[in-house]
Design a protein around this ligand. Structure first.
Ligand code: PFF
Length: 448
């Protein structure tokens, strides 16, 4: 049996890379604005519950499949269920990663532009309205948007080309700690603003009257998106993990880190928003308009603006690495000599695919698909259909093709996890997760 030649050098390297995949625009950009428009604290609370009771079991399932087979996603499903169509979960994951990175890199490009601006523009002399103008000028300028997307993808290609140890692990080990430190600085600044308590209350005190079926669905989707689940990226990442490392410990660390960063994101943003009398329901531009506007009126504003954009870039890049790695690993089947060329060629195709998304806020803003711009339509297709579908298939596949004893044995390697914990996990994975996803789907299509 041919196994991966690639391997993480350490458990911490693996945890930081997988947490890097998880922590990204989902936690720092999407969660605050969705929470801001969907009821604040109540949304955050159910997001945490879904992360723990649906996300964590699924993450463990993906880890088990990857480490058990030590193969990239498509081959992993093929090895466990030979002669069946189940390897299409892996193929779906590759297509999903490809499409997701094509529009994720557009927002990554905006972050590159804003990081550059934090060094060149004196935000302290700008008025609140100027920030709205700056954002729309940024996203609607075709040349700027496409160039920035290109730079973002070039950085991603550069790292993924280096392979698992020298590329992804090494850069995650540098970027993730910096992200945590910078985030802590921003949160301290935000919490020490006047009236920050209003924001904390909005974000942490649940008001369940604001929850609807729709927002509950958003919270499930957000939980999967935030943990990079349903794409089999975590299958691929765990296939590079040594057998003696504990999957349970790694998964709990990754989930805790993701929840922690989501909490920090809310604590950085909402106190600042309330302190300056702005609207939490501002939507997607929350971190690109409201936050810079807030930074502009505090001492050392430009420095905090720079720190925030740096951490956002690092978070976005480490997620992009995993998306590109997923595609590259499945094409090269981890034959080292093919990696460099394949990474560049795949990256170029993703860039080309991303161009209509980059133009969706300017040139193509009137070209609609099902009433949405290309960017929004693709985001909807990937985040609300392909990702949950992948998650559903994985939750159905795992208990069907891997016996309880095989699963438990894999999860017990390097870990003294109690049997009853594994039993609970099994029930959550086999019954609760698929039922929750199916209910969510039926709700979306209006059947319930
Ligand atoms: N988890 C990433 C984020 O929250 O930004 C996004 C993501 C990456 C989703 C990889 C899915 C994925 F497979």
């Amino acid at each position: 049996m041919k196994h991966n030649s690639e391997q993480w050098t350490s458990k911490i390297g693996f945890i930081l890379a997988a947490a890097g995949s998880a922590i990204g625009l989902g936690a720092i950009w999407k969660l605050p604005y969705v929470a801001g428009t969907s009821g604040g604290g109540a949304f955050f609370l159910i997001f945490i519950l879904f992360t723990l009771f649906l996300g964590l079991p699924l993450l463990l399932a993906e880890f088990t499949i990857g480490r058990y087979t030590k193969k990239e996603a498509i081959s992993a499903y093929r090895e466990i269920a030979p002669g069946t169509y189940w390897n299409w979960i892996g193929k779906l994951g590759v297509v999903t990663s490809f499409l997701l990175l094509s529009f994720y890199s557009v927002v990554g490009g905006w972050v590159v532009i804003y990081l550059f601006r934090s060094l060149t523009v004196n935000i302290q002399v700008m008025e609140t309205n100027d920030f709205g103008q700056m954002f729309s000028d940024t996203i609607s300028n075709p040349f700027l948007a496409i160039t920035a997307q290109f730079i973002f993808l070039a950085l991603t290609i550069l790292v993924v080309q280096g392979g698992i140890q020298k590329g992804i692990e090494r850069s995650s080990k540098i970027m993730m700690p910096i992200l945590f430190v910078f985030f802590t600085l921003i949160v301290i600044r935000s919490l020490t603003l006047d009236n920050s308590i209003e924001g904390i209350r909005f974000f942490l005190l649940p008001d369940f009257s604001s929850l609807t079926g729709e927002t509950t669905l958003f919270a499930i989707g957000q939980a999967f998106f935030s943990l990079s689940l349903g794409v089999s990226i975590m299958v691929t990442y765990s296939s590079y993990l040594k057998s003696e490392e504990s999957l349970v410990k790694s998964a709990t660390s990754i989930v805790s880190l993701t929840i922690f960063i989501s909490l920090l994101a809310g604590l950085a943003i909402f106190p600042a928003v309330f302190s300056f009398g702005m609207e939490p329901s501002e939507g997607p531009p929350l971190v690109f308009i409201v936050l810079p506007a807030v930074f502009s009126s505090i001492p050392l504003g430009n420095v905090f603006f720079f720190l925030f954009m740096t951490l956002l870039l690092f978070a976005t890049l480490t997620s992009a690495f995993s998306l590109l790695e997923m595609v590259v690993a499945s094409i090269t089947k981890n034959e080292g000599e093919k990696r460099r060329k394949t990474t560049v060629i795949t990256g170029i195709f993703i860039f080309i695919m991303g161009i209509p998304s980059a133009l969706s806020f300017g040139y193509l803003s009137d070209t609609l698909f099902f009433g949405n711009t290309f960017f929004d339509a693709l985001d909807y297709l990937v985040s609300n259909i392909m990702l949950p579908m992948g998650a559903l298939f994985i939750s159905l596949f795992t208990p069907r093709y891997l016996s309880k004893s095989t699963l438990f044995a894999e999860l017990r390697k390097g870990s003294r996890v109690k049997l009853y914990v594994l039993q609970i996990w099994y029930v959550l994975l086999k019954y609760v997760t698929p039922v929750a996803i199916i209910i969510a789907f039926l709700h979306v299509v209006g059947i319930i």
